[in-house]
Design a protein around this ligand. Structure first.
Ligand code: DAH
Length: 346
């Protein structure tokens, strides 16, 4: 067979094979086999050194023509495969606009957030500002600056999660009092602060290792226990209905002196006695008191010039009473059926 015939044979064989090639990988392999270093073209070129100049010229030319013909055929095949691929994808990714749409499952505001929003609205309407503080607190702000030095027995009730010897997850929102006082630098204050708090408690129907509090602090000139009682009475009415009365019982908190426990007349039985109020007609709702002089001094306030009151309420407790929820864990199990129940209740 002459070289010309050999070349014609190679070209027709390759073209034949190209017809049945279905993938780009196979095509690239074919290209490498034919046009690569070990392919037939490379061999023909290698043999040329035995030919005369005339023959070299002629063979060189027809070899190049054959090579170009194959390169073009391979490129055409590649274009064809690319096009097939695009068409296939277009077909696969077609959107059927006649298909019914996906139903988006909408949730609703969580009853705890709803309670916080209601409380915030109430306090903003009474001239309070909403303040914020970190959940990762220092021992200093969470305890020391609230008159709870190391070793104070009242710390036992607020055992929490410690990050190191200095930092902890705050066990109460009261540290925001100290932080705000330092910011306001001796000036009057009227703030509320909602937020998460943590305690090393065993979870059960009424305890959770993470829950929420709503803290209040009012500092100004000539603020007395009567102002505290007036504010608390107003809050109880707005939260639980106009007929509510309050009752103050002496209590102890290290950051207030005197301290009180605040009971609200039962909203289920209107003070008559029922299972919710355990037959007493009263429900304990929050802790409060006149800010302790030590606390004022530690944060740069002069108790002879400025004094005031503070209170702290459990948000879950308020929501449970308001919505008749009997297990605190319901708030945190993320069951959409529970949350949906509060869609209409407001
Ligand atoms: N921090 C208290 C607690 O977690 C609640 C509290 C009581 C806050 C009295 C106050 C307050 O601001 O005056 O048990």
């Amino acid at each position: 067979m002459t070289i010309k015939e050999q070349l014609e044979q190679i070209v027709s064989d390759v073209k034949e094979r190209l017809i049945s090639i279905k993938s780009k990988v196979d095509l690239m392999n074919e290209k490498a086999n034919v046009l690569g270093k070990k392919g037939p073209f490379a061999q023909i070129m290698a043999n040329m050194r035995n030919l005369s100049i005339e023959e070299k010229k002629e063979i060189g030319q027809i070899t190049n023509v054959a090579k170009q013909e194959l390169e073009t055929a391979i490129q055409d095949k590649l274009n064809e495969l690319n096009e097939e691929e695009i068409n296939k994808r277009l077909l696969e990714e077609t959107v059927d606009v006649t298909m019914p749409g996906m139903k988006l499952s909408l949730g609703t505001i969580h009853p705890l957030n709803q309670t916080i929003m209601d409380l915030e609205d109430l306090f903003i309407s009474m001239g309070y500002e909403v303040a914020d503080g970190p959940e990762i607190e220092t021992d200093e702000y969470c305890f020391e600056k609230l008159n709870l030095p190391k070793g104070h027995p009242a710390r036992d009730m607020q055992d929490t999660f410690y990050i190191d010897t200095v930092r902890l997850l705050r066990s109460q929102t009261s540290p925001v009092q100290a932080r705000t006082m330092e910011l306001k630098n001796g000036q009057p204050i009227k703030i509320v602060c909602p937020g998460k708090v943590y305690r090393r408690d065993q979870d059960d129907a009424t305890h959770s290792h993470q829950f929420m509090q709503f803290e209040g602090l009012v500092l100004g000139h000539n603020i007395s226990m009567a102002d505290l009682k007036g504010a608390l009475s107003e809050i109880a009415k707005k939260m639980f209905g106009q007929d509510r009365k309050i009752r103050l019982r002496p209590s102890f908190f290290p950051f207030t002196e005197p301290s009180v426990e605040v009971d609200v007349s039962c909203m289920r039985c209107n003070n008559q006695g029922c299972p919710t109020c355990k037959g007493t007609g009263w429900i304990e709702v929050l802790g409060a008191g006149m800010v302790n002089n030590n606390v004022l001094r530690m944060s740069g306030y002069d108790p002879d010039k400025i004094q005031g009151f503070a209170f702290g309420v459990g948000v879950e407790r308020v929501a449970m009473l308001k919505y008749g929820i009997d297990d605190i864990r319901n708030f945190y199990t993320n069951d959409i059926r529970f949350i949906r129940k509060f869609k209409e209740v407001k």
